[in-house]
Design a binder for this molecule. Structure first.
Ligand code: THU
Length: 147
């Protein structure tokens, strides 16, 4: 099989490392229903690498995306902010995190989280503009308090 085409930035650190880890995780995916393996890896602001793979279920709707495992590892390992993220499919191709997982990542993103996409490295704000977040909840609390 020919090596998948790499997007701009993929060969540079930290993405070369994250792609290697994501690729290893994709090989451990449990995806018997879709047949679509995903591995995800991210660098944390304290230097840790966190990762995950998708875990499907006979009740299709409760499938866990690879990013769910990654965020679980982040929080269980003491938290922190994500500074770089990449995910790949079972063919080793860089893929976009799904919409739900962009939201999941956004909650734990460093201000300048860099995401490797099929079109190169993009900031979190570029792939989830005007994200809903903790500030929106806080604003409503302030609003209710002032009433
Ligand atoms: N999947 C992920 O793990 N992450 C994504 O960001 C996209 C989709 C998984 C969910 C499901 O197990 C399979 O890919 C096919 O949708």
């Amino acid at each position: 099989m020919t090596a998948p085409a790499e997007p701009p930035g993929a060969a540079e650190e930290p993405f070369a490392h994250l792609l290697e880890v994501a690729w290893q995780l994709a090989a451990r995916a449990y995806a018997p229903y879709s047949g679509y393996a995903v591995g995800a890896a991210a660098l944390v602001d304290d230097g840790r690498t966190v990762s995950g793979c998708n875990v499907e279920n006979a009740a299709y709707g409760v499938a866990l995306c690879a990013e769910c495992g990654l965020i679980s590892e982040l929080i269980a390992g003491g938290g922190g902010r994500l500074v770089a993220f990449a995910c790949v499919n079972g063919a080793g191709q860089v893929i976009m995190p799904c919409g739900r997982c962009r939201q999941l990542l956004s909650e734990h993103a460093a201000a300048e989280l860099q995401v490797l996409t099929p079109r190169g490295v993009l900031g979190m704000h570029a792939i989830l503009p005007q994200a809903f977040g903790a500030d929106d909840i806080e604003e409503m609390r302030d609003h209710d308090r002032d009433r």
